[in-house]
Design a protein around this ligand. Structure first.
Ligand code: UDP
Ligand code: ZN
Length: 311
């Protein structure tokens, strides 16, 4: 894979092939951008959508396709895949996720922002140049809505944050834990929906993702880098998606849940039953997956030191 492609819209020098940047983080050593975000050319949602076409059946609900859809190019280098990066590059990427999520969620009519990455053709990538995307929606996506409902019920029943409770339960069980640092746990969650599904969770109740401070960003950068390396090393370099599940941007939600990042390796395609029922069949128990991922770390619950430096 070359470092640069003349025909790649995400390579430096081809900026005119994409809309004006919404964010450029610069690499001072080279006085060029190191991360660049811009509106997606084929956006599924836009800030100023057309009105939905008239409908003859008022039982059907239509909404304007209002929201934000951006691309975040993760590196100027066409072949700088996550497993080749330094922790500092991950720090910049996390900052970009924070800044663009915060900007999207501040827009009127936006209820939620989902940051996600498709890595590899089997995970939906159409352009190879490493990039993430952010889609901000006018309603809570179904998963976020269900989490919000359950977190709210749990708060009312117990007075505890649901995500804290899940992280605590995983650390107590221990056999699905891949690694821990001061502030994060990497786990194969209980009843994982698919093989090697991996969550990076703040251990203690976290502030909203967008306000995470630099020391914690540094630590998270090291954890994200290590997690992606372990997934790739232990499961044959699979294609994968990840999704950042932020807390919805209101104070009530922030009290009873907090953010986590879900990595979904594409080791098995959902088939008829999964698609038809919405239920999961997982062919690899999370306990076995966790044991496999602890292997390169030399055993159970290994601790990696925080990496990265102030930016
Ligand atoms: N894209 C863009 N400008 C271009 C070419 C592509 O914004 O000049 C977008 C495209 O719409 C797509 C994304 O870049 O959403 C590439 O994402 P990915 O490879 O993950 O594939 P997707 O499944 O989103 O098409
Ligand atoms: Zn490129």
């Amino acid at each position: 894979m070359p470092r640069y492609r003349k025909d790649c819209p995400f390579c430096p020098g081809n900026e005119e092939m994409t809309p004006a940047a919404s964010l450029e983080l610069t690499d001072e050593a080279r006085a060029k951008w190191s991360i660049r975000a811009f509106p997606n050319r084929y956006a599924v949602l836009t800030p100023n959508p057309e009105a939905p076409s008239a409908q003859s059946d008022d039982r059907l609900v239509r909404l304007p396709a209002r929201g934000v859809h951006e691309v975040i190019v993760e590196s100027p280098l066409h072949n700088r895949f996550p497993d080749r990066r330094t922790p500092e590059e991950f720090v910049g990427l996390i900052r970009a996720y924070q800044l663009r999520s915060a900007a999207a969620m501040a827009l009127p009519g936006v209820a939620y922002a989902l940051v996600f990455k498709n890595h590899g053709a089997g995970a939906g990538t159409s352009l190879v140049h490493p990039h993430s995307q952010i889609i901000a929606t006018p309603v809570l996506p179904a998963r976020a809505e269900r989490t919000a409902q359950r977190a709210d019920e749990h708060w009312r029943d117990t007075g505890r944050c649901l995500t804290c409770e899940v992280a605590d339960g995983e650390l107590t069980s221990g056999n699905r834990v891949v690694l821990t640092t001061d502030n994060f746990a990497v786990v194969e969650p209980f009843a994982a929906g698919q093989p090697a599904e991996t969550w990076i969770m703040p251990i203690a109740h976290a502030t909203p993702f967008v306000t995470m401070e630099i020391e914690t960003i540094n630590e998270f950068a090291g954890v994200l880098q290590t997690t992606l390396r372990l997934v790739s090393e232990c499961f044959g370099d699979p294609d994968y998606n990840y999704a950042l599940h932020q807390e919805p941007p209101d104070e009530t939600a922030c009290r009873c849940q907090h953010w986590y990042l879900q990595v979904l390796p594409r080791l098995k395609e959902p088939a008829g039953f999964e698609l038809g029922s919405g239920m999961a069949i997982n062919t690899l128990s999370p306990e076995v997956a966790a044991e496999r991922m602890r292997g390169p770390l030399g055993g159970r619950g290994a601790v990696i030191p925080p990496q990265g430096k102030d930016v």
